[in-house]
Design a protein around this ligand. Sequence first.
Ligand code: PMP
Length: 417
Amino acid sequence: MNDLSMASNTETKAFDVESIRRDFPILAQQINGKPLVYLDNGASAQKPVSVLDAMDRYYREMHSNVHRGAHTLGDRATAAFEGARETVRSFINAPSTREIIWTRGTTEAINLVANGLAPRLKEGDEILVSHMEHHANIVPWQMVAERTGAKVVPVQVTPEGELDLDSFSNLMNDRTRILAITHASNVLGTINPVADLIRQAKQQGVLTVIDGAQAVPHFKPDVQALDCDFYAFSSHKMFGPTGIGVLYGRAELLEQMPPYQGGGEMIERVSFERTTWNELPYKFEAGTPAIAEAVGLAAAIDYLNSFDHTALEAAEQALLTRANQLLETVPGMDIIGTAKNKVPVISFKIAGLHPSDIGTLLDQQGIAIRTGHHCAMPLMDFYGVPGTARASFAFYNTLEEVEKLFTGLQKIQRLFT
Ligand code: PMP
C-alpha cells in the first residue's frame, strides 16, 4: 500500500485478530445491549493493555518531574521520557532526537510550525494547502497569513477525492513559500503522493509541512525518505494516550525558528536584561511536559512494532475492500472518496437520511461511527453536503464487524426511506 513503509520488525507476532482484540479491553463490552463495534478510529483509536500498563507503572514506580536530576526518581522519569523520544525518532526514522518535539497533538504541532515560520512570510507570499485538509492544517495558516499579509491557497481535489495534480502544478509558483498538506485525509481516506509533492516543492525552495495524523495509525512514515521539513502527528489516533503528539522538524529550521511558548525548560539563562533559549528540542517545550503520556505513546509504538506491519496493512485493506463491496449495495448509498490509494476510512451519505440519524441509529445497534463535517468544512462545501457519516477501521476490527455495519445500514435504510 505504501512504498515508504519501513522494513518490518524482525521479531514480529503473527497476525491473529482475535488475540489482538484481547489486548484492547474496551472492545469487549456491550453498548446498548449489543457487542461494541468500534468504527470511529479516525477520531481516536483504542488503547492496548500494554499502553495502560506502561502508564500505570510509570505513575506507580517512577513519577517525578523530568530534567531536574537531583534524585533517583527524577532520573528514572527522565530516562523513561527521553527513551520515549528515541522510540518516536526510530518509528519515523528521524536523524536525531533533537528533531522530535513533544506537543499536545497534531493541532499544536501545526500551530507551532506556523508561528515559527511566520517571520519568513511577507505580503504576497503564498501558503499552499489542499481542499481536503482538516481545520488543524488550515486555520493556523490563516491566522499567520492574517498577521503577515501572506495568502492561503487551496489545491483542488478531484470528484473521486484525489489531489488534483494539475491544480497543484498550476498553483505552485515563485510566490509559494510553504506547502502544508495531509498525508492521509480523515474524511476521504485518500493517501496523498506526498513524496512526489515534496520533491516538486523542494525544487522551488518551498518548505514542506506534512499532517500525518491519519497516516501513522496505518503505516510508518520515513521522514528521511519523504525528505519533508516538518511532520506532525497525534498519539491518541495511533493507540497511545490523549494529550501528546509529535512535531518532527529539520534541525536547521528548528534552530532558526523562535520559541513557541515561554517559561521553564525552554530557556538556557534568564535575566531581566537578556534571556537565551535552551538547545533543541527543549527550546520548544516550555513547562512540565506530558511525561506519562510520552511513556504511553512509546508503549503504543512498541506494540505496533511487535507486528509485521505488512500484515497489519493487508488486514486493514481487506476490511476496506469488504466494506466498499457491501456498502455499495445499500440503496441510495453514495460513497464520498474513492481514491485508489486509501487508508481504511469510508465516508458516505444515504439518500433520504441525515448523517446524524444514521449515527444515532447505528449506536442503538452498538455500532460507533462518526457523523458531521469532520473538521473539514471546505471539503464538505466542495461536495455540497453539510456532513457525512464515516466509518474508520483499525487492525483490531473484523470482517464480521464490517458485516454488522452493512446489516445495520440496511435495516436503517429499509425503516426510513
Ligand atoms: N489532521 C487530521 C488529518 C486529523 O484527522 C486530525 C484529528 N481529527 C487532526 C489533524 C487534529 O488532530 P488532534 O485533534 O489530535 O490535534
